[in-house]
Write a protein of this length. Structure first.
Length: 163
């Protein structure tokens, strides 16, 4: 019995020692690079880059700022952005601030929240959005960080319910 206990304890120690340690700060830097690439893709209308940043799963949900902008699955999301890039001129400017980024302990899920400003032109008309709110969930799939969920919103003045 004593040998069995020693064997069990030794096995636990060996297995726990084999678990790879995750460098959370390094992973955060990679996730931040994905966020930066997303901004670049939107500023330059780069559909190929945009496609690389998002999971291609039919189960993902992406929500934009318009009532009609709720895309279930990669295919509907990318089709909408093909149309979006026809309308919005290249060269818009996105500035993110108040970025909060976290990664779970196992290093395979991240979440990001940020505020941002976006200036550009659509169909010849200038637009400016200030204080856009963005949240994203990223997953590490096959060693690469991809966006599996995103939600953008435009704040309104005043509270719907006072508190």
């Amino acid at each position: 019995m004593k040998n069995f206990i020693i064997l069990v304890v030794a096995t636990i120690l060996i297995v726990s020692g084999c678990t790879p340690k995750v460098d959370i700060e390094a992973e955060k830097a990679v996730v931040r690079a994905v966020v930066n690439d997303l901004e670049k893709a939107l500023e330059t209308n780069d559909l190929e880059l945009l496609s690389k940043l998002f999971s291609h799963s039919p189960d993902n949900i992406f929500i934009g700022t318009d009532m009609a902008e709720r895309w279930v699955g990669y295919d509907s999301f990318i089709e909408a952005h093909k149309q979006f890039f026809v309308s919005v001129e290249k060269g818009s400017e996105i500035t993110s601030h108040d970025v909060v980024l976290a990664i779970n302990k196992s290093g395979d899920v991240a979440w990001v929240s940020s505020l941002g400003d976006w200036k550009g032109k659509s169909q010849g008309e200038s637009f400016t959005f200030e204080g856009l709110r963005m949240t994203m969930v990223l997953e590490k799939q096959d060693g690469k960080w991809v966006i599996v969920h995103s939600h953008g919103s435009v704040p309104v003045s005043g509270q719907m319910v006072k508190y």
